[in-house]
Write a protein that binds this ligand. Structure first.
Ligand code: NAD
Ligand code: G6P
Ligand code: MN
Length: 447
């Protein structure tokens, strides 16, 4: 079996230990010959490297070469897979993305609304493009699996720039939800459920959930969620205190719209003003992440620094983030054709949506790429919501490539989370200032 070289771009992330844990657990599924940790921030890279080195040594074959680097040539030469998970501007800028809209009574969220699709979207695109260009320069045949958010907007940008040649944009949220479903149904693994699903990233619905006998378990699950709520029995990441609010709201969505089971991110669009009321302008999710998993990693690093020779890495818990990307890479590497929910160009998979929409649907992952599954047309409610969100995402990408203030304003104004153009303008002006050099200079068109 051919062994692989994998580079994690954005390796200073607190999600990297989860990926490494999955690479170790799945060393027979995706065997490695070399693991490269790449980041642009030396301190963050050092931290992860220090905390994970002993864990890798103890749990992987001695021949595995592991390097950490800040150098593009060293990081991207001779690689088979790039796992990209960068956050342009870091958690500090995530704070602004969340707080600026919230100041105007609009959802402040990492991947949704003006702070997510537009602010983070326009900021993220050049960072991801740079990674892909470097990867393709040094390893033209490598596959790039991208988690970097906002995945819907990034996927549209990589479609325009690279036609998504050997690029696959993915999200762990459907997997986190499937993990909860599978536990609620008493199944031992999320892969025991074969989902039918349609939508955009963070904007979709499960329409059927087949188990290994071919029975659709969605009706039973719907019943359970409506009567006893959604059990947050997901992985470590998706069950902290703040995530519990999401799972609570999940049951409300199912009660109001019981036809299909939603992606949890729909809460931000379908209940915008209610969710805003529960958000706290002085303490948003970015603050919680900084005080939570960021702090934990720093404390772990301090333990290492106190006694490097006798340092023992902490036991790593399973994350869907790690498991999914490793399984997806293995499916591509060995042409397994596993069926996963991924973000692909529509091309008729959802027949009554534009061919060039980046949609999230089931696809078989082959060594030559994803083969999406086509479904029947979707009905008005879903189509209307999706087309609205899709236009916001496409306009955000237009704004980036055309340096257009007008398109950025339209992207915000059309977004379902924003009720008025005066608010859209005020948010955009604040976002331009906050993003500074991270954004291209946006110009107003003269008419
Ligand atoms: P983080 O800030 O903790 O980690 C990101 C790392 O990327 C940092 O170490 C940073 O130094 C590095 N980085 C930033 N810009 C870079 C660049 N241009 N090139 C290389 N490295 C760069 O963030 P996080 O919370 O761990 O999340 C990482 C990314 O993964 C975010 O975009 C997040 O939204 C995304 N994410 C996506 C999914 C999904 O479902 N698609 C799930 C979880 C996280
Ligand atoms: C899920 C989503 C990701 C998102 C993350 C945020 O995993 O699929 O796209 O980035 O949640 O989680 P956090 O704990 O950082 O708020
Ligand atoms: Mn996601």
């Amino acid at each position: 079996m051919k062994k692989n070289t994998v580079v994690i771009a954005g390796a200073g992330s607190t999600h990297t230990p989860g990926i490494i844990q999955s690479l170790i657990q799945k060393k027979d599924t995706l065997p490695l010959k070399k693991l490269i940790l790449f980041d642009i921030d030396e301190d963050r890279l050092d931290r992860v490297k220090a905390v994970m080195t002993q864990f890798i040594k103890d749990n992987y074959d001695k021949e595995l070469e592991v390097i950490a680097t800040l150098d593009y040539a060293e990081a991207f030469t001779g690689v088979d897979f790039v796992f990209a998970q960068i956050r342009q501007g870091g958690l500090e800028m995530r704070r602004d993305d969340e707080k600026i809209p919230l100041k105007y009574g609009v959802i402040g969220q990492e991947t949704c609304g003006p702070g997510g699709s537009i602010s983070y979207g326009i900021r993220s695109i050049p960072g991801v493009i740079k990674i892909i260009e470097e990867a393709k320069k040094y390893s033209p045949d490598c596959w790039i699996l991208n988690y970097s958010n906002p995945a819907a907007v990034v996927a549209e940008a990589t479609r325009r720039k690279f036609n998504n040649e050997r690029i696959l944009n993915i999200c762990d949220m459907p997997v986190a939800i499937l993990l909860s479903y599978s536990k609620m149904l008493g199944l031992s693994d999320w892969t025991e459920l074969d989902p039918e699903y349609f939508g955009l990233n963070h904007f979709g619905w499960f329409t059927a959930l087949y188990d290994q006998t071919g029975k659709d378990r969605l009706p039973e699950l719907r019943e359970k969620i409506i009567s006893t709520g959604m059990e947050a029995c997901s992985d470590r990441h998706h069950k902290d205190k703040d995530w519990q609010k999401t799972w609570k709201q999940y049951a409300e969505i199912v009660k109001d719209y019981p036809e299909y089971l939603p992606n949890s991110y729909l809460q931000y669009y379908l209940y915008s003003s209610d969710v805003v009321k529960k958000m706290d302008l002085t303490h948003t999710r970015a603050d919680m992440v900084i005080e939570g998993r960021e702090k934990e990693l720093k404390e772990e690093y301090n333990k290492f620094l106190a006694d490097p020779d006798n340092y023992k890495s902490p036991v790593q818990e399973f994350t869907v983030f790690g498991d999914f990307i490793v399984d997806a890479a293995a499916s591509i590497a060995y042409n397994k054709g596993y069926r996963y929910l991924v973000i692909v160009e529509n091309n008729g998979a959802i027949p009554n949506l534009p061919a060039d929409a980046m949609v999230e649907v089931p696809a078989y992952l082959r060594s030559w790429g994803p083969e999406p599954v086509a479904r029947k047309p979707i009905s008005s409610f879903y189509k209307g919501l999706i087309e609205n969100q899709l236009s916001s995402e496409k306009l955000a990408v237009d704004a980036y490539f055309e340096n257009s203030y007008d398109k950025a304003l339209q992207a915000i104004a059309v977004n379902k989370t924003v009720s008025s153009t005066s608010i859209a303008k005020a948010i955009l002006d604040d976002l331009i200032e906050a993003n500074g050099e991270y954004w291209p200079k946006l110009e107003k068109k003269s008419y």
